[in-house]
Ligand binder design. Structure first.
Ligand SMILES: [Fe+2]
Length: 220
């Protein structure tokens, strides 16, 4: 049984993830490194556990989270689809059951808001985990400038982001603490409204509502 621990020690997978980081650096995008992959792996597994998934799906979710951005090594363009195919082959070559690898392929192929849709429990958990990782440490340029692009400005303003699940009320929350001197809440909505609705649809597939809380302002 393949686990995320095996993948973290795997030379081929590490080389591909590192190449993806190089491409993201060249494009001057926010950080998409092992840090982001590991957080998304942990949060995907946590969402699945809290919403009642079985151990098999939790393990697959952790792996999907770790590999979800592996397509960045080919191109940022359509990275979800290229990454899905890459992950399927890497996992089957390491002995993963075809159906389990296909489940991960489908989730990775649907994690990006450009073409993705929550289509399964696993893909829904992955979408919420991925979209909730907004943090100042993901911005490469550390000095705040008014001329910065809005993605960098919004990320740089975020001191903390995390997920909380209220199982009584059946709500999955993304909670974000920002510095209002760096970006306004409307800046956040300008770039993330598509992602928020994707998370809302993902939560609904899991049988939950979705809530976004920014500095105590509850949005959805
Ligand atoms: Fe991601």
């Amino acid at each position: 049984m393949i686990t995320i621990k095996d993948l973290k020690k795997d030379a081929e997978i590490t080389a591909i993830i590192k190449t993806g980081e190089k491409q993201i650096d060249a494009l001057a995008y926010t950080e998409h490194s092992v840090r982001h992959d590991s957080i998304v792996a942990t949060w995907t597994a946590m969402i699945l556990r809290e919403t009642g998934a079985d151990e098999r799906l939790i393990r697959l979710g952790e792996i999907a989270g770790y590999l979800h951005d592996i397509g960045n090594a080919l191109s940022r363009h359509n990275h979800a689809q290229s990454g899905a195919l890459l992950a399927y082959n890497l996992l089957v070559n390491r002995g993963m059951d075809y159906a389990d690898a296909a489940e991960i392929m489908m989730a990775i192929g649907n994690h990006d808001e450009t073409h993705g849709v929550p289509v399964s429990v696993l893909s829904s958990a992955l979408i919420i985990a991925d979209k909730s990782d907004v943090h100042k440490s993901r911005v490469k340029k550390k000095i705040f400038k008014k001329s910065m692009n809005i993605h960098d400005r919004v990320n740089l303003a975020v001191n903390r982001s995390y997920i909380e699940i209220d199982n009584e009320q059946k709500i999955i929350y993304t909670i974000i603490e920002t510095d209002p001197k760096i970006c306004s809440v409307s800046d956040y909505f300008e770039i993330y409204h598509k992602r928020m609705f994707m998370c809302k649809n993902a939560a609904e597939l899991l049988g939950y509502n979705y809530g976004l809380i920014i500095n105590d302002l509850r949005v959805l």
